[in-house]
Design a binder for this molecule. Structure first.
Ligand code: ATP
Ligand code: MG
Length: 465
C-alpha cells in the first residue's frame, strides 16, 4: 500500500549497510542512524492533522519535535497509525503555554495531552537517565528496582534508551522528515522482532508492565520476542503483583480488546503472566475442562466483533474470565447447604472482591457482569410471564450470548440456547407453542412449579374458615 515500502523491506541488508556508513555512525559512536526522507516510506499523509499541527507549532517555536513510538512503527509496517505520540525538548510547562487546549497529566510519568475535538495527542518531554544525584525528587525507584517516577528531562538520545522496545524508539523528525533510529529498530522491524532496549531483566524490574506490552505487541504485530527479551519473563512475572490495579485494568483492556485477544490470551498463559492477572481463573482452568475454552470462545467473539466494527463490552469478557471460579465457589457453598440463588450471589461477591485486589473493575462493568451471571439462573425458567420478563431484561442479549458460550465450551449440555434462539425469532403464536412445549417437559419447567406447589401446602384452619 505504501509506495516504496516493499523495496525498503526487500533490500534491508543493502539499505542498512548504507545507513550504517561511517559518515552516519562512526565506530564507537552511539548516535542515531538517520534515514533521510527519500529512503523510508513514512509520509505526512499517514498522520492526522492534529498530530501535524502539534509538531509544527513546537517546531515553529524553536523546539525539537518528533513523532515516536507506535505511529512510526505501524507506518513502517504499512498499517495506518491509530494514535500519535510526540516527543520534544520543550518542558511540560512550555508545551502548556503553546497549546491552550492542553493539560498536564500523570505523576509517575508526566505528559501533556493536547486535545483536538475527540483526538488527543500525547506530548512527552525527552526523558534522561534516572538516578542522577540531582534528580531524587523527580525520579524514584523502589528497593526492587521498580521505577516509581520518571520525570528527569534529557536529550533525544537518552529518551530513546528509556523506551521499551527498539521498534518503539524510532523518531520521525518534522524538521526534515527523516527517521532517527537509535537502537536498530528498523532492523528489528524487518526481522519482526521485539527486543527490549538494555538489560531485559532490569527493564522488567523497572516496569513489569513491559512484559504485558511484549505479549500485546507480539500478538498485534505478529512479531516474535527476541530470546534475551523472552528469557526473564517467567521469573519476572510475579513482579506484576506490585502494579496498581487501576493501571492493570487499562492494560487488560488493551490486551483483550484490541482485536487479537485469542492470541494474546494464549501467550499470556504460555509465559505465566495470566495467572498474575487472574489467579483464580487460572487455577480454575487447571481443574475445569471447559473453563479455558469458555474464555477462548469469548475472545474469539470479541475479536470477530472488533473486525466487524461492532461494539464490544469489557463486562462480557470479565464475565467469561471469572465465571469458572464463581462456579467452583458456588458449588462449594451449595454443598454446604446454601440454595442456588444465594450461593451464586455470595460466590460472585467473593470472587469479584478477591479479583479487585489485582485488577480494578469499574462499577459500570462489574454491575452488568453480575447481571449476566444472575441471568444464567433465570434463563432455564421458561414458564409464563417470567419468560417475557427475562426477555425484556436490559442484559438479556449478553446473557443469552453467554449461555451459548457455556454450551459451546461444554460446561452445560446444549439445548437451552436453541430454545431461546427459537423464542426470540418466533411470532406470538409460535412463542405460545414453545412455552407449551416447556410445560410438557418437566426438565424445562424446573423450579417454579415446585415453588408453587410448596406455597399451597401450609393451608391451616384460618384459610378453611
Ligand atoms: P500503541 O499505541 O499502538 O498501543 P505504542 O507503542 O504507541 O503502541 P503507547 O502506550 O502509546 O504505545 O506508548 C508510546 C511510546 O511510549 C511507546 O512506543 C514507547 O516508546 C514508550 N513507552 C510506553 N510505555 C512504556 C513503558 N512502560 N516503558 C518504556 N517505554 C514506554
Ligand atoms: Mg501510541
Amino acid at each position: 500500500m505504501i509506495k516504496g515500502f516493499t523495496r525498503f523491506l526487500q533490500s534491508p541488508g543493502q539499505r542498512i549497510k548504507s545507513l550504517f556508513g561511517p559518515q552516519d555512525a562512526p565506530a564507537g559512536s552511539t548516535g542515531p542512524r538517520i534515514i533521510p526522507r527519500p529512503e523510508h516510506p513514512v509520509s505526512r499523509q499517514h498522520f492526522s492533522d492534529a498530530a501535524l499541527k502539534v509538531l509544527y507549532r513546537l517546531h515553529n517555536a524553536g523546539f525539537q519535535a518528533f513523532l515516536v513510538g507506535g505511529c512510526i512503527r505501524d507506518s513502517l509496517l504499512g498499517h495506518m497509525p491509530k494514535d500519535f505520540d510526540v516527543a520534544t525538548d520543550a518542558t511540560p510547562e512550555q508545551i502548556r503555554e503553546l497549546f491552550r487546549n492542553s493539560r498536564i497529566i500523570g505523576r509517575r510519568f508526566r505528559i501533556v495531552h493536547v486535545r483536538f475535538g475527540r483526538e488527543v495527542i500525547e506530548v512527552t518531554t525527552f526523558r534522561g537517565k534516572p538516578n542522577d544525584d540531582h534528580a531524587d525528587h523527580i525520579s524514584q525507584q523502589s528497593d526492587e528496582g521498580l521505577l516509581l517516577r520518571d520525570n528527569v528531562w534529557g536529550n533525544i538520545e537518552e529518551d530513546a534508551l528509556r523506551r521499551d522496545f527498539t521498534v518503539n524508539a524510532l523518531y520521525y523528525n518534522i524538521a526534515d522528515f527523516s527517521i532517527h533510529d537509535f537502537a536498530d529498530g528498523v532492523k528489528d522491524i524487518e526481522a519482526r522482532t521485539l527486543r527490549l532496549i538494555g538489560d531485559p531483566a532490569t527493564r522488567y524490574r523497572e516496569d513489569p508492565v513491559r512484559m504485558l506490552r511484549a505479549v500485546r505487541f507480539a500478538a498485534k504485530l505478529d512479531f516474535h520476542l527476541h530470546p534475551a527479551t523472552e528469557a526473564p519473563i517467567h521469573d519476572a512475572a510475579p513482579l506484576l503483583l506490585q502494579i496498581p490495579p487501576a493501571r492493570l485494568f487499562d492494560e487488560v483492556l488493551k490486551l483483550f480488546m484490541a482485536g487479537q485477544g485469542v492470541e494474546t490470551f494464549r501467550l499470556l498463559r504460555h509465559y505465566g503472566l495470566f495467572e498474575m492477572l487472574f489467579p483464580e481463573a487460572d487455577e480454575a482452568m487447571e481443574e475445569l475442562p471447559w473453563a479455558e475454552r469458555l474464555v477462548e470462545l469469548a475472545l474469539e467473539s470479541t475479536d470477530r466483533r472488533i473486525r466487524e466494527e461492532r461494539p464490544v463490552t469489557p463486562a462480557f469478557l470479565f464475565a467469561s474470565l471469572l465465571w469458572a471460579p464463581v462456579q467452583q465457589r458456588q458449588a462449594i457453598l451449595e454443598a454446604e447447604g446454601m440454595p442456588p440463588i444465594p450461593a451464586l450471589q455470595a460466590a460472585s461477591q467473593q470472587v469479584v472482591s478477591r479479583q479487585l485486589q489485582h485488577i480494578s473493575i469499574p462499577k459500570r462493568f462489574s454491575l452488568p457482569m453480575r447481571d449476566i451471571w444472575d441471568l444464567q439462573q433465570r434463563l432455564p425458567l421458561r414458564r409464563g410471564k417470567r419468560v417475557f420478563q427475562t426477555r425484556e431484561h436490559p442484559r438479556f442479549r449478553a446473557a443469552y450470548d453467554f449461555l451459548l458460550l457455556r454450551e459451546g465450551a461444554g460446561e452445560i449440555a446444549p439445548g437451552l440456547g436453541d430454545w431461546w434462539t427459537a423464542f426470540q425469532q418466533a411470532d406470538e403464536h409460535e412463542q405460545r407453542r414453545l412455552l407449551g412445549k416447556v410445560g410438557a417437559d418437566p426438565a424445562g419447567s424446573g423450579q417454579p412449579r415446585k415453588r408453587r406447589r410448596r406455597r399451597r401446602k401450609p393451608r391451616g384452619p384460618a384459610s378453611d374458615a
